[in-house]
Write a protein that binds this ligand. Structure first.
Ligand SMILES: [Zn+2]
Length: 266
């Protein structure tokens, strides 16, 4: 059942509806289409690993840049007058989209997850939502900076895991299967830990697994289909998966991609 602590979600009328197998991200996609904006904003689940991979997108950061970015964001924060002139309460969303455009132009497409909050199944702890996180200008701008760094750290962490978990190119199908199964177990566990299995956490899980497979050379469509089929709707919003389920999903994915079973005793 949907029951996030964040008030904004309650306002749009999905509370109390059980949406098994559906993801918070899907819900966000539908919801966000509901307000008119001329800003095209890329979302995490649309981002290919080539655009998200921190190894391919350097990020120069120091105190000066933190101060410059904060100074750029402060005047973008909606004022009392902006909120008063906005009965639909969309000023917060507009701000978030405009900040995203600024961050993308400054650092690259990978930044688009800066506000992917834990409440919506993301890994960013410092952001809640438009209603709770957009307020006093300096505080809000500093929070944006914190979130950006949190998102970058998360990408760097999973990139490191991808490297450690990747099957070697010369491995036979059985070894490859074993590595893939192990990778799924580790990566799902990492996503559950980052998101606390809040919101539609399994959306980020699908994205992460798809990114991992593409990082090993699989095509994006093929990777996405294999991940979706292996999960098979068995990961649920707001529910941490049982270890046995994680193992089963890993096994299914490994068999699907290699045609071989894995060997748990190894
Ligand atoms: Zn909130």
């Amino acid at each position: 059942m949907w029951g996030p602590p964040c008030g904004r979600v309650n306002q749009i009328g999905v509370t109390g509806v059980d949406l098994p197998g559906m993801i918070g991200q899907l819900f966000c996609r539908i919801w966000l289409r509901g307000y008119a904006t001329s800003i095209h904003r890329e979302r995490v689940w649309d981002l290919p690993w080539s655009a998200a991979d921190p190894g391919r997108h350097a990020f120069e950061w120091d105190e000066d840049e933190a101060a410059r970015l904060t100074a750029l964001v402060v005047p973008m924060v909606p004022s009392e007058a902006d909120w008063a002139a906005d009965p639909g309460r969309m000023a917060g969303f507009r701000f978030m989209d405009e900040v995203t455009v600024l961050l993308v132009s400054r650092y690259g497409r990978w930044v688009c997850g800066w506000d992917f909050s834990v409440h919506f199944g993301g890994p960013v702890e410092a952001w809640c939502c438009d209603s709770h996180s957009v307020g006093e200008p300096t505080e809000t701008a500093e929070c944006v900076v914190t979130c950006l760094l949190e998102w970058r750290d998360w990408l760097e962490d999973i990139a490191e895991r991808f490297e450690q978990l990747a099957p070697l190119p010369d491995m036979d199908a059985e070894d490859r299967s074993w590595h893939l199964e192990r990778a799924v177990t580790r990566l799902v566990t990492a996503v559950v830990n980052s998101t606390h299995a809040e919101g539609g956490w399994h959306g980020l899980c699908e994205t992460t697994l798809t990114w991992f497979l593409t990082s090993t050379g699989l095509g994006r469509d093929e990777a996405q289909k294999a991940v979706e089929a292996a999960i098979g709707g068995r990961f649920k919003s707001y529910v941490a998966p049982a270890p046995t389920l994680v193992d089963t999903v890993g096994e299914d994915l490994a068999i699907r991609l290699t045609g071989r079973g894995f060997y748990r005793e190894r």
